[in-house]
Design a protein around this ligand. Structure first.
Ligand SMILES: C[S@@+](CC[C@H](N)C(=O)[O-])C[C@H]1O[C@@H](n2cnc3c(N)ncnc32)[C@H](O)[C@@H]1O
Length: 213
């Protein structure tokens, strides 16, 4: 599987939960590669990221008709509420964004996601598993690479935080999402060991807004 545009490959997992008549938000879109892939299947896709440099890069490299990018900080729920006010309920695609958040940050992010989804939005999460922290550190120890380096190749994000297996699902449920399905799935990133891609423990969650908040 080409990790660059993996959203294509995962369409069978999230395609049916994201309403094609609503905008799809690629939350924490990074360089926009997945945003562009999603844009091939949905009429309106908005990539949002806290980093202005990411938004700029995404606009430059992964712009297309129907695709927009803007800055949004998931840790500031008022920003998500303002975006929801402008565009209404949206479908959410979230790939490897939440793993480095502290418990308090995860709660804030879940509140933002609930604002964005509104009463009807579906959501797909493809996130590094809590076990990925030890896995990554172990891989790096085996390769003699300092752990921070892995953060560097992982788009400069910090290592995943240690948390319980179902922490994300529980946070989502607290803000009113219904979990429709969830399962382990490897994350294949850009890291190679011995010439082969490293598969990092990850998981996906398919959810739907709608429970009383
Ligand atoms: C590992 S990258 C993943 C990028 C993209 N989703 C992908 O799969 O290629 C994590 C992204 O989350 C963004 N991010 C981190 N904290 C954020 C926040 N508080 N609000 C919005 N985006 C955030 C980072 O700027 C970065 O672009």
């Amino acid at each position: 599987m080409d990790p660059t545009y993996v959203a294509h490959a995962h369409l069978h997992l999230f395609g049916s939960v994201l309403d094609p008549s609503r905008p799809v938000i690629d939350v924490g879109c990074g360089d926009g590669a997945q945003t562009a892939a999603i844009g091939q299947h949905f009429d309106r896709v908005i990539g949002v990221d806290v980093a202005p440099s990411a938004v700029e890069r995404a606009r430059k490299h992964h712009g297309a008709p129907g695709i927009e990018y803007e800055q949004l900080d998931l840790l500031k729920p008022e920003q998500a509420a303002a975006l929801h006010e402008r565009i209404g309920d949206a479908g959410l695609y979230v790939r490897t964004v939440l793993h480095a958040f502290t418990p308090e940050e995860l709660t804030l992010a879940a509140t933002s996601l609930a604002h964005l989804a509104g009463d009807t939005g579906g959501a797909f999460f493809y996130e590094l598993a809590p076990a990925s922290r030890d896995f990554i550190v172990g891989q790096l120890a085996g390769e003699g690479v300092p752990a921070e380096k892995f953060g560097f190749v992982f788009d400069r994000v910090p290592l995943p935080v240690a948390r319980e297996e179902n922490a994300l699902q529980r946070e989502l449920e607290k803000v009113g999402f219904e979990i429709l399905s969830s399962a382990p799935i490897d994350y294949q990133g850009t890291v190679k060991a011995g010439g082969r891609h490293v598969n990092v423990p990850a998981f996906f969650v398919v959810a739907r807004a709608g429970a009383a908040r």
